[in-house]
Design a protein around this ligand. Structure first.
Ligand code: F6R
Length: 598
């Protein structure tokens, strides 16, 4: 969940590392730091702070640091509180380290080393272990190999040794780490978009690399050199920009119509779904739709399972990756399993991909970030084209995941003769034209959402209720609200409320009803009456005759397509609520964009 970057070369390392950290800050923003070789290469300076990157920038402005070699870190705390001592880099003896991941046996390492520590992180213990081996071997590469053979858990490490001037070592296990040439030097980064690279290499589990200003050597886990690993890359480094918006979250909600068009265009041909990397036979033989993901991605999966069943009778199930990976697997050889991930780096989802592959399943990724781990590990990939999603709360990527999943369902239904070509072409056309148009939030709607958010912002407890596909949307709408506004909220199928949770409805509670499904609105209205009779304050996203509620109109898209019109509106509601409560919608507390630890 942390972001790491290292640079050694001809250019000003500090600028490159700070720019990279700004691009990586979405991965964690509790604290940050960097270490740099002095210009004569004789010593390493470490500067670190609890807090966001701007605190580190301020600290740097007070020191003279002219360096061509530096490593940096932006932290999402796992072990140890958010303090300066626990911020990275850590230094023990001649070794300085930054780390993304979790060292599981750090307590054992600590007791074996019998030395004192400044902070309480697992990383500092790993640093001490590497330093102990460095004292013995005076060889950075060997010290790392020896230490890593003892370390249990996941890691991407960047390491400097005070005696090895302007040199950075990189090694990883079960955490993303890329090394490459760019910016007139050698770079190591957790995310390819954080640095301008001409060539790159993703380190596989156990591999390591030695970076100097002159080049990069990549090594296997036993230390022998692997030649020819660096490949050309054409990834465009686009530093995050708000383009005049006050927050990324708002910018990203507004981009939804555009990115929906891109996602549909990239995955269709001649008006029908088309996936370059997935053979037709895979979808023709897909008997069930099994979907795995976490958080918002899991919610997109739930929606897809509902749609596949409603539309063409394809049965299926969506699973939460962190649960699935430890449950008795039902997947068999030849099954198709769909993995949804914006980042392509979520640890639990990656574990499920590996598990399902080992059981002989075809793994199909719906992924937003190219060059991510999942994009390499899945047998076939459908890319969403949401572009960089910087705000921690997923908005545009979720809607693009839905579009990609719908295209997948249309294609499978066509190949399985569950839908005619005419029908699939008609649905694809709706996805291409009507859906982006109706995902656009005009000024009038924006104002309505803002005013309703203002009215309900002080409710400390909320329910989201709905029926059918709306009930599924409620789970995502509720997650969005709690993530960014810190309001406690729960999602319930509307008819289920009276089986228990209605005991919590009081005049202090707001109930957000999603009711886009015309067939079920009468039933949902009964549930709204039940809430209203107990004093609950109602908000309705949809269309209703009921007068005693605040209405966000949403009647443009019906049936399976309603999520595309409803989602941007409930996302905007969460955004405004956060704003009105003084929360930072882009970087909510305790969260990180990319969950690379279990
Ligand atoms: C919520 C959110 C998370 C992610 C989840 C999976 O707004 O963004 O719930 O959806 O952490 O992340 P990815 O899609 O990167 O696997």
């Amino acid at each position: 969940m942390c972001g790491i970057i290292g640079y050694t070369g001809k250019d000003q390392a500090l600028q490159i590392v700070m720019r990279g950290l700004a691009a990586l800050e979405y991965r964690g923003y509790d604290s940050c730091g960097l270490s740099a070789f002095s210009s004569d290469g004789d010593e390493i300076t470490v500067i670190k702070k609890a807090g966001r990157l701007k605190v580190l920038s301020e600290a740097l402005s007070t020191v003279q640091l002219n360096t061509r070699c530096a490593i940096g870190h932006t932290r999402w705390a796992t072990h140890g509180a958010v303090t300066e001592e626990n911020a990275h880099p850590h230094r023990v003896g001649k070794t300085v380290i930054v780390h993304n991941g979790i060292i599981e046996n750090y307590k054992q390492i600590e007791s074996e080393l019998q030395c004192s520590f400044q902070g309480s992180t697992d990383t500092e213990r790993a640093c001490a272990l590497i330093d102990r081996y460095y004292e013995q071997t005076h060889d950075g590469k060997q010290a790392i190999i020896n230490a890593c053979s003892q370390i249990e858990g996941s890691y991407a490490f960047l390491i400097m040794f005070e005696d090895e001037k302007d040199t950075i070592y990189a090694t990883s296990r079960a955490c993303p780490l890329i090394v490459g040439h760019g910016e007139n030097g050698s770079c190591a980064i957790s995310d390819i978009s954080a640095c301008r690279l001409d060539t790159y290499c993703r380190l596989n589990d156990g591999e390591s690399a030695r970076l100097t200003p002159d080049g990069i050597s990549v090594y296997a886990s036993d230390g022998h050199e692997l030649k020819g690993r660096l490949l050309p890359t054409d990834v465009k480094t686009e530093l995050p920009s708000k383009n005049g918006y006050p927050h990324f979250m708002l910018k990203e909600i507004n981009e939804i119509p555009t990115v929906l068009r891109k996602t549909v265009d990239a995955n269709t041909k001649d008006g029908l779904p088309f996936f370059k990397s997935i053979p037709d036979s895979v979808l023709k033989d897909m008997k069930r739709l099994t979907v795995i993901g976490c958080g918002t991605a899991y919610h997109a999966g739930l929606c897809a399972v509902h749609t596949a069943r409603e539309l063409s009778g394809i049965d299926g199930a969506a699973y939460i990756a962190s649960e699935y990976r430890y449950s008795r697997p039902t997947v068999k050889k030849g099954d198709v399993v769909v993995f949804i991930s914006q980042s392509g780096e979520t640890a639990d989802t990656l574990a499920c991909i590996r598990m399902c592959r080992s059981l002989g399943a075809y793994t199909l990724g719906i992924i937003n970030v190219p060059y991510s781990t999942a994009s390499f590990e899945c047998d076939g990939v459908i890319y969403t084209h949401a572009g960089f999603e910087i705000a921690v709360a997923s908005t545009k990527a979720y809607v693009c995941q839905l579009a990609a999943l719908y295209l997948l369902i249309f294609k499978a239904s066509l190949l399985q003769n569950a839908l005619s070509e005419k029908k699939v072409s008609e649905y694809t056309k709706i996805l291409k034209n009507d859906v982006p148009e109706n995902a656009y939030i005009d000024e009038e709607k924006r104002k309505t959402v803002y005013n309703i958010a203002k009215k309900h912002k002080d409710s400390e407890n909320m329910f989201y209720i709905g029926r059918g596909i709306d009930s599924i949307l409620c789970s995502e709408a509720s997650l969005k609200l709690k993530e960014v506004s810190y309001i406690h909220s729960e999602a319930y199928p509307a008819g289920e409320l009276k089986h228990g949770a209605i005991s919590l409805i009081t005049p202090d509670v707001s109930v957000f009803v999603i009711a886009t499904d015309k067939k079920l609105i009468g039933k949902t209205e009964n549930n709204m009456q039940e809430v209203s009779s107990r004093g609950g304050r109602l908000i309705l996203l949809g269309d209703s005759e009921m007068k005693s509620c605040d209405i966000i109109p949403c009647n443009s898209l019906q049936g399976i397509f309603s999520p595309f019109a409803a989602s941007p509106l409930f996302q905007l509601y969460a955004y405004y609520t956060a704003l009105l409560r003084g929360c930072d919608p882009d970087m909510p507390r305790n969260l990180a964009k990319s969950v690379t630890v279990e």
